[in-house]
Design a protein around this ligand. Sequence first.
Ligand SMILES: *Cc1c(COP(=O)(O)O)cnc(C)c1O
Length: 384
Amino acid sequence: MAQKRYLFTPGPTPVPPQVLAALAEPVLHHRAPDFREVYARVLGRLQDVHRTESEVLLFTCSGTGAFESAIVNLCSPGERVLAVSAGSFGERWAAMARTYGCEVEELRYSWGETPTADDLRAKLGAIDPVSLVFLVHSETSTGVVADVQSLAAVAKDAGALAVVDAVSSLGAVPLEMDDWGLDVVIAGSQKALMAPPGLATAAVSAAAWEQVERSTLPSFYLDWQRTRKAQEKLDSAFTPAVSLIVALDVALGLLLEDGLESAFERHVRLGRACRAGIKAMGLELFSPDEDRAAVVTAARMPEGIDSSDLTLALRERHGVTIAGGQGELKNLIFRIGHIGWYDEFDIATALNAVELVLGELGAPIERGVAASRALEVYAEGTPV
Ligand SMILES: *Cc1c(COP(=O)(O)O)cnc(C)c1O
């Protein structure tokens, strides 16, 4: 019999059965009325989820593709930009901007640190002006969720646009594009939006559209103006992943039907439960022990055991996929994602599996307490 699979990573994430069922429907033609109806609804729902009146451009690509679209549509060769990095994704955006010939300043933290508005203000005060500040809302490599509202406010004070990577945070933790004055918000289908990988979004403010006018880097497939014109007529520029869009429509419908507030509350409780379970097992948290860190929980490996041994044994022996560490944290931490279609029993299962395998690998951990502690904490709810 096929082994049962459990997906506990911060992307891709489990997909609800209604969304999977939508993927099995006959393929629609992208210029036919039945698809246009879905396309219009998805674009509207994406605005609701991004909390914006601005256009949300939808691309068939991974989250990185949408981020690349931001760089090629906003920048010119030699463009002065600042990347705030405290992990893998912040560093990726700095590297990408350099690839396109931007002059990249970096406010660089050690992996796992939380960027602050004061540091950003000091950095911007000490360098020549930049036109863009790249921010990561949820740094999935470390579990840190930054206060992008205050970071973006500092960027705007300095006359720069705030470009935000919200790939793993959108739909999991609060993000208010318009109220917080965010200029560009990038997201992807495969994280808290509960759809498979393959679609990504770039929500673009009026100020960002002005910057697009000034940009001279070339773009074609990822060109924002071409995409906007096409979306206005519900006539996508190229053949989009129609079946993924049909599935995303169902997933966004589920998310909005329950309400974003309810999703945010559930994620806070899941984060609390997961951290409580990790601590009960006797492990040390790597990600911050705070409600905002509701996307992924990262824990340090016990002395002498590599996280690759843990993740391998979990997958091969038990069909359970969790994430190890990336980059400089490889083998030092493991990460349990808890976003999207996820509940307290997923947390309990993930903790039980980690506990079992760590025991097998000889770690001195407390057995039989993590899952029950997690369920207890989940049941406490969220005090207002
Ligand atoms: C998943 C993720 C991305 C995008 O990754 P892709 O693999 O290109 O979809 C970008 N930023 C963050 C913070 C992420 O978690």
